[in-house]
Ligand binder design. Sequence first.
Ligand SMILES: Cc1cc2nc3c(=O)[nH]c(=O)nc-3n(C[C@H](O)[C@H](O)[C@H](O)COP(=O)(O)OP(=O)(O)OC[C@H]3O[C@@H](n4cnc5c(N)ncnc54)[C@H](O)[C@@H]3O)c2cc1C
Length: 394
Amino acid sequence: MKRHVAILGAGPVGLDAALACADAGWPFTVYEAADTVAAHVRAWGHARLFTPWDLNVSHRMRAHLPDAPTGDDCPTGAELATRLLGPCAALPALEGRVRLRTRVSAIARTGLLKHEEIGNGTRAATPFTLLLDTPDGEDTAEADLVLDCTGTYSHPNTLGPGGIPAPGERALADRITRTLPDTADPSRWAGTVLLAGAGKSAQTAARDLAALPGTRVEWAVRSPEPAWGAVADDTLPGRQHLVDTSQALTDGANERVFVHTGVHVQSLSPAGDRVRVTLAATGGPREIVCDHIVALTGYTGDPSLYRQLQVHECYATGAPMNLSAALLGSAGGDCLTQPSVGIETLRNPEPHFFILGAKSHGRLNTFLLRTGYEQIDQLTAAYADEPALPPAGS
Ligand SMILES: Cc1cc2nc3c(=O)[nH]c(=O)nc-3n(C[C@H](O)[C@H](O)[C@H](O)COP(=O)(O)OP(=O)(O)OC[C@H]3O[C@@H](n4cnc5c(N)ncnc54)[C@H](O)[C@@H]3O)c2cc1C
């Protein structure tokens, strides 16, 4: 394949895709919105991954960086960025290929509207146009194969019931932290914190905030009896530790942490310098006046990028339909043991457009770096030895 590959996002999966293109001799460009690679990973850099180095380094990364860390130690996000992803981006193979401060804001088939040329070979033979926001203003670029690896971390879910904003939430948006809190400076979190969510990010936040003597945590959890994502005989000690800590906090292990189970955020309103949060609960509403709100209710990738492309999204998860069906079919288990789903599930009705990495799992929180690296293996195998891009579905 000698035509151009556009890789959107220089996170771990986008960088692995870049190495795959370099190895295959395919022309490619990586577009990264931030002023550094691995921007999302750096944003949660203070948190420790629960997967070890051996699972976080792809075989391509290891081939290009033989000194990349190995073993069972789990890095922090910052260590992953500085010891692995930054060095990857600095490899000669990627020189001049990564465009920082360049956000892809929309993608189209050049000259074709979304509803045109359905199911024939015309779309496959027509290049993509990318609309770029750059430091010098708007620009466009063309590509023949587009890999959307833009992740989810800059698109957090809201607090209200059923996933819509709670009344008052939008007006108080600047009072809400939607990323994992960095507790290195305890004074930043002094007072009362309303924490919402029950996934691994919320569990990490609860553990870290609970360690701060000047902080009281009111933890709002939707499930009446949260299982905290426990995995039987978990082989990842970091993940098991989070489950155990969350359960202990629920059982009252820390007098500064109160876990409200079976509640949802009903509304927010200003209370002087503070915020009044009303929780809906079976016994009647509970009011909490707090100094900080930490909303860790999950993240979902931005579908607006590919609004003009023929992407069949799952109505439930937002992931590409075939992938979503495969993931839901294997749901319920440990993300470590989920089966590899294969290139056909990654394809979209839009030929040569792929959603990869964390974004490919939509609302499902089963994504692991290892899964993303496998997706790149499947993609490169499917496109290997092609003199030009193959027709859709081949
Ligand atoms: C707190 C936390 C802990 C995690 N721990 C683990 C773990 O222990 N093990 C594990 O395997 N997985 C873990 N994950 C899940 C997953 O592996 C990570 O989210 C990982 O960063 C996903 O990689 P990615 O390359 O798909 O996307 P990201 O790392 O999210 O990278 C996306 C990149 O795209 C850029 N971007 C976004 N929009 C645009 C745009 N429009 N144009 C251009 N660039 C754009 C972003 O700036 C970013 O650099 C964790 C996730 C989180 C949030």
